[in-house]
Write a protein that binds this ligand. Structure first.
Ligand SMILES: *Cc1c(COP(=O)(O)O)cnc(C)c1O
Length: 402
């Protein structure tokens, strides 16, 4: 009986327009979407590469699907702009880039702990980050079986207290790794914990200096080998704050996408934000004064109002905590969002801009004419950070590369 009803259903659908499978709307900009300016990424890579100078390599960090911009798009643009290698967080992210045909060096910044993952990383020519001897031995065994060397980068914890071997134990670990014949130690790195914190807090510079000193000590212990190993420490914040933190390579994420981790740099690098979030008006409503809008009626109209329903919600990555706080731009004019942001919709008060039509496009994030709404603007309202805002946009939003 079950399968019968299934067949009937399919047939019923099939009567509408023939082959239903092929009936899909093809315009990615029909509802809501993320627009990615690949030339901006390319240009940011070029600006950053010029800034760090000839001697220093540029790693483009494209984890979390390129901070929500699309990893492959970002990777290609960054490489054209002068990036030398890519950084990802997971094995799968690395494999995805290899499958897309990217042949450059790719470092996995996360921790792979089982031999299947490390074997896959070896096969796909992805460089794992190693924090302790156990994984180094697994890598050595894999490479030995295959009569090859396994290229790894070693991570040292200088004060982030996350991944990496305690810097006090680094010398001993390096000696052990050196005794493993099939390991090729090509990089040593660490990660800064507070370089992107508010500089007005006095601890900021001091602690980055402490991390630098600890890292330097580990490198000094390497003696002559120091020169043949790629040493890297700086994220965007470190890269932009001091050339003392650059070493042989910097790993930039946020700045590659066009944003400054903090706002008080002395230089004035010309970085261009690459991402815009846009959505269309799907309905316009004229309502009386005193009418509740949306779930919970958190907003009540204070006057006769014109409202625009817009087809984007928290399921697309616009946090519900921004409800009633953000504005969007239309023709370079800001209109306020009102009521609770719902899963798939939100409402804007367009009483002061009554010429808006159904189907018109609102810019929720990014530049529109003279208006620029930055991830930081949202963070000031929600307590988030730009990194989180950028990678929160879901796959339901098509990425449209311009
Ligand atoms: C994400 C990440 C970066 C990039 O950080 P930004 O602040 O976005 O530049 C650099 N290094 C490591 C280890 C990371 O995990």
């Amino acid at each position: 009986m079950r399968s019968m009803s299934k067949i009937n259903r399919t047939e019923k659908f099939a009567t509408f327009g023939g082959n239903t499978k092929n009936v899909i709307a093809s315009d990615p900009c029909s509802r809501a979407w993320v627009e990615v300016d690949s030339k901006a990424i390319e240009n940011n890579a070029r600006v950053l590469k010029n800034f760090i100078g000839e001697e220093c390599l540029l790693m483009a960090v494209v984890k979390a699907d390129g901070y929500g911009h699309g990893a492959e798009t970002v990777a290609r643009a960054a490489l054209i702009g002068g990036a030398n290698s890519l950084g990802v967080a997971t094995l799968e992210e690395g494999i995805q880039l290899r499958n897309a045909g990217l042949m450059c060096q790719i470092l996995i910044l996360g921790n792979l702990i089982n031999s299947e993952e490390l074997y896959a990383s070896f096969c796909w020519d992805l460089i794992p980050t190693i924090s302790r001897i156990r994984e180094a031995i697994i890598c050595n065994n894999i490479a030995k079986k295959n009569h090859k060397k396994f290229v790894i980068h070693l991570k040292i914890d200088t004060g982030m207290t996350r991944l990496g071997c305690d810097c006090k134990e680094a010398k001993e670990l390096i000696n052990k790794i050196d005794s493993l014949e099939n390991i090729s130690l090509k990089g040593i790195y660490s990660h800064l914990a507070i370089a992107d914190s508010d500089k007005r807090e006095n601890t900021h510079k001091n602690f980055t200096q402490i991390q630098l000193n600890r890292f330097q000590k580990v490198l000094n212990d390497l003696g002559k080998r120091n020169k043949s190993i790629c040493r890297h420490l700086a994220n965007s914040a470190g890269t932009l704050s001091s050339s003392c933190l650059h070493f042989d390579m910097v790993r930039v994420g946020l700045s590659l996408y066009g944003y400054f981790p903090v706002n008080d740099y002395e230089h004035d690098l010309n970085l261009t934000p690459a991402l815009k979030v846009k959505a269309r008006v799907t309905l316009i409503r004229n309502v009386e004064k005193g009418i509740g809008v949306g779930y919970g009626h958190f907003f009540k109209t204070q006057r006769r109002s014109k409202l625009a329903v817009v087809a984007i919600g928290y399921a697309d990555g616009v946090s519900r905590s921004l409800s009633g706080k953000i504005s969007a731009s239309i023709d370079g004019v800001l209109v306020p969002q009102v009521g609770a942001i719902a899963m798939d919709q939100m409402v804007f008060d367009i009483t002061d801009k009554p010429d808006i039509k159904i189907g018109q496009v609102l810019t929720l994030l990014g530049k529109d004419g003279d208006v620029f709404i930055s991830p930081q603007n949202w963070c000031d309202l929600s307590g988030s950070i730009p990194w989180e805002v950028l990678c929160s946009f879901r796959n339901r939003l098509p990425r449209v590369v311009t």
